[in-house]
Design a protein around this ligand. Structure first.
Ligand code: R5P
Length: 310
């Protein structure tokens, strides 16, 4: 087995390599002067089972190109099988045509990865599970839920916990976590009654006196979380935490979270945390290295990946 890392999340790639006790393959993934991607794999990969570790996170377009070009290098170097390990799959939010004249970017990116020569994909908490079907190659969508559930159980009082989906679209994900930690479920129902009027947040479920845990796949601007936290506190919640798989945290998101009434935001390292994230007063990062490493190991030995979640 060989592990090759792109530049999107080197610390995670190193942690996965340490878990598997397999060193990262020697490779150069750098830029030409004009910022085009230059790749050179500096060891033999002929006949090898190769895993490329690369999140398609910010700068997304660059990281996608790195993944495609590394794949091309490996394919032309006669790797036996190439697995794209994509802990955060970007461009997932346009995954269907909600209105006319829009793309399905998630499908386009899946096509690019497949046509570059990837044989299988290993990813985590896809924005929508059906994106798996956009790849015509085997695709395993892992779940961070067991890791998040373990952390919640260690930190928050059992009897008082309530899992909250910040929107109606996230109910299935939130319900799965609620089941794992044996908690009730509430839902934030956002509605704009008339165009031009501000959004009204209704809470479905009684959250008064509860420790609420907002659950989502992505935190980007942080607006969804901060507004949901305010709405829950206005309805009498005791405190509000958030457990989110992918900390996209663009623009002023970290400052927005830090100055919010969220007690704590817990994210994973599917996206490499910035310095601002590392020092933020109420953001904590937990690692998926062991989970990804275990799934890679099982893929390499052709053993069950889904049983990781039984
Ligand atoms: C939306 O469908 C996602 O699940 C997240 O709720 C959304 O991306 C969060 O975005 P933001 O942090 O910018 O509100």
């Amino acid at each position: 087995m060989k592990l090759v890392a792109g530049n999107s999340n080197r610390p995670l790639a190193e942690a996965i390599a340490a878990y598997l006790n397999v060193p990262l393959a020697k490779a150069q993934v750098r830029r030409f002067a004009d910022m085009e991607v230059f790749v050179e794999i500096q060891e033999n990969v002929r006949g090898e089972d190769v895993f490329i570790i690369q999140s398609t996170s910010f700068p997304t377009n660059d990281h996608i190109m790195e993944l495609l070009i590394i794949t091309d290098a490996l394919r032309r170097s006669s790797a036996r099988r190439i697995t794209a390990v994509v802990p955060y799959f970007g461009y997932a939010r346009q995954d269907r045509r909600m209105s006319g004249r829009t793309p399905i970017s998630a499908k386009l990116v899946a096509n690019l990865i497949t046509h570059a020569g990837v044989d299988r994909v290993l990813t985590l908490d896809l924005h929508a599970g059906q994106i798996q079907g956009f790849f015509d190659i085997p695709t395993d969508n892992l779940f961070s839920a067991p890791i998040l559930a373990r952390d919640i159980k260690e930190r928050l009082d059992g009897g008082n916990r309530m899992v909250v989906s910040p929107d109606v679209g996230g109910v299935v994900r939130a319900r799965a976590l609620a089941k794992r930690i044996d908690a009730q479920l509430a839902i934030v129902d956002k509605r704009r009654e008339r165009p031009g009027e501000s959004e009204v947040m209704n809470i479905i479920g009684d959250v008064s006196g509860r420790s609420c845990i907002l659950v989502d796949d992505i935190v980007d601007s942080g607006g969804t979380l901060v507004n949901a936290a305010d709405a829950l506190l206005a309805k009498g919640a005791k405190e509000v935490y958030a457990y989110i798989t992918h900390g996209v945290l663009s623009g002023g998101a970290v400052a927005r979270i830090a100055s919010s009434r969220l007690k704590e935001l817990v994210i994973t390292d599917s996206i490499m945390p910035t310095e601002a994230v590392k020092v933020a007063r109420n953001i904590r990062v937990i690692s998926i290295a062991q989970l990804m490493g275990e799934a890679i190991g099982r893929t390499a030995t052709e053993s069950s990946v889904s049983s990781l979640f039984d």
